[in-house]
Design a protein around this ligand. Structure first.
Ligand code: NDP
Length: 466
């Protein structure tokens, strides 16, 4: 019998997704550029092989799928996606639906939505191989009626939060891939905040890796409960088989990146949206990669003093500081999505986004559940201003300030924590300092300013006549 869906690209993600789909009771046709991989895949599928139709040619693949067809592409983002669509085209009918489930740049997705001659969805899938196999978080962009065609299958394979699937329609065009991009930006920021707090414990408080692991384990029982805190605890506790010491201590301190966090920062600049914690996290990864330069500069300037009296940063204050930083960075991410959706004229479904992130993806956490509730209660208002999170910020802001001040006085580098605090202080200051900037701009370029007293626009200072 015909397969209900087809999938192209049996790499890490594609094969895991195909097995997930088969396991949920769907018949699936699969095709891979390298045919040997298709054959191996079916052998390794075991009991699920009966639901899988392996295809060696594109024509056989397309013919194996029931009409109107649904075809998932799981190939590297960029040119391979365009190539696959072009190769498929001759075999497809006008109402066949193509789903790009790779990590596309959302601008490419928006372009394809316009140019591809078939119904098209751009879908962000998060959760790595494990997620793809057993339940990812799925962020769908494109025409809503196309989402509705595949909603049952995508909901079936998605992660569940108390029975509710973490798969939803995010908005028109590139909205799904955009939301995935911001997810990754938040992921970078969340990881960086955790790494900085780790640094304070290691270099400031002098704790060993396994003691730090215990702290993360404890925090994972509270407000900070999240996948990232959980795995940080596990990483810190892991022993190196070769040396018998903590593995963490021999891992090189240079972070890799595939670039999706950077996309968030770049896009934020285009949108004039404010994500300094994410930007700090991207910059911190770049700084981490400059190991030679850091060694060199340590020779020039010496290491910062670093050690702090353990009483001066109690662990509960550190926990509160991390909670505060995390709320601020998520608030920035949601604001960025709201800004982008407004500029693109896409409906925004912020609570829906928080819901989709509750399980399956890397940033899944207990706090996202509260965020979904808070965002639903006050549409159009920043997460920071919602009653629940405003209360949490009020309760933790002092701890963040204390940790930032203490760490900075000792030269412990905390670019993300400190930018979170600077963001908070800037955004809750009604009378800022840009009046000076406007004065300067008018002085050198006659750009004009607005007067606060009578509201008149495009005014100039007396320097204009000089
Ligand atoms: P892999 O490298 O494991 O697999 C890539 C697959 O794409 C292979 O099946 C490969 O076929 C095929 N492929 C590569 N180039 C072409 C091409 N030019 N034309 C046709 N097929 C091609 O990648 P992943 O499974 O890790 O990633 C797939 C997508 O999913 C990417 O967009 C990635 O960013 C995204 N993603 C990955 C995650 C992860 O954790 N790995 C998480 C979320 C998204 P062949 O066997 O012939 O080489």
């Amino acid at each position: 019998s015909a397969s209900q869906i087809g999938l192209m690209g049996l790499g890490t993600m594609g094969s895991a997704l195909a097995l997930n789909i088969a396991e949920k009771g769907y018949d699936i046709a699969v095709w891979n550029r390298t045919t040997a991989k298709t054959k191996d895949f079916v052998v390794e599928a075991g009991d699920l092989a009966s639901r899988i139709t392996p295809c060696e040619s594109l024509e056989a693949f397309v013919n194996a799928i029931e009409r109107p067809r649904t075809i998932i592409l799981m190939v590297p983002a960029g040119a391979p996606v365009d190539q696959q669509i072009a190769d498929l085209e001759p075999y497809l009918a006008p109402d066949d639906l193509i789903i790009d489930a790779g990590n596309a740049n959302f601008n490419d997705t928006t372009r394809r939505m316009r140019d591809v001659k078939f119904p098209f969805l751009g879908v962000g899938v998060s959760g790595g191989e494990e997620g793809a196999r057993h339940g990812p978080s799925i962020m769908v962009g494109g025409a809503k009626e196309n989402w509705e065609r595949v909603a049952p299958i995508l909901k079936a394979i998605a992660a569940k939060h108390e029975g509710e699937p973490c798969a939803d329609w995010m908005g028109e065009a590139g909205a799904g891939h955009f939301v995935k991009t911001v997810h990754n930006g938040i992921e970078y920021a969340d990881m960086q905040l955790i790494a900085e707090v780790y640094g304070i414990m290691r270099d400031g408080l002098g704790l060993g890796a396994s003691e730090i692991g215990d702290v993360f384990d404890r925090w994972n029982e509270g407000v900070l409960q999240s996948y990232l805190i959980e795995i940080s605890g596990k990483v810190a506790h892991t022993e190196d088989a070769a040396s018998g010491g903590p593995l963490l201590d021999i891992i090189e301190d240079a972070a890799g990146q595939k670039g999706t966090g950077r996309w968030t920062a770049i896009e934020a600049q285009h949108l004039a949206s404010i994500v300094p914690v994410i930007e700090a996290a991207v910059a911190a990864r770049n700084m981490s990669a400059r190991r030679g330069q850091r060694r060199d500069l340590q020779d020039v300037f010496g290491a910062a003093p670093q050690g702090v009296d353990s009483a001066s940063i109690p662990l509960d204050k550190l926990e509160a500081a991390l909670i505060c930083g995390k709320i601020l960075c998520y608030s920035q991410g949601f604001d960025m999505i709201a800004t982008a959706f407004a500029q693109n004229g896409w409906d925004d479904n912020l609570p829906g986004i928080a819901k989709v992130w509750r399980e399956g993806c890397i940033i899944r956490s207990g706090m996202l559940d509260d965020m979904a509730t808070a965002l639903a209660e006050q549409p159009g208002r920043s997460l920071m201003a919602s009653p629940l999170f405003a209360d949490r910020l009020k309760a933790t802001e002092g701890a963040l300030r204390h940790v930032v001040v203490t760490a900075m006085a000792k030269g412990l580098p905390i670019p993300a924590l400190s930018s979170a605090l600077a963001y908070f202080d800037t955004m809750r200051t009604a009378r800022g300092t840009a009046n000076m900037i406007q004065g300067q701009r008018d002085f050198f370029g006659l750009h004009g300013f607005k007067r606060l007293d009578d509201g008149s626009e495009n005014q100039h200072g007396p320097w204009a006549s000089n």
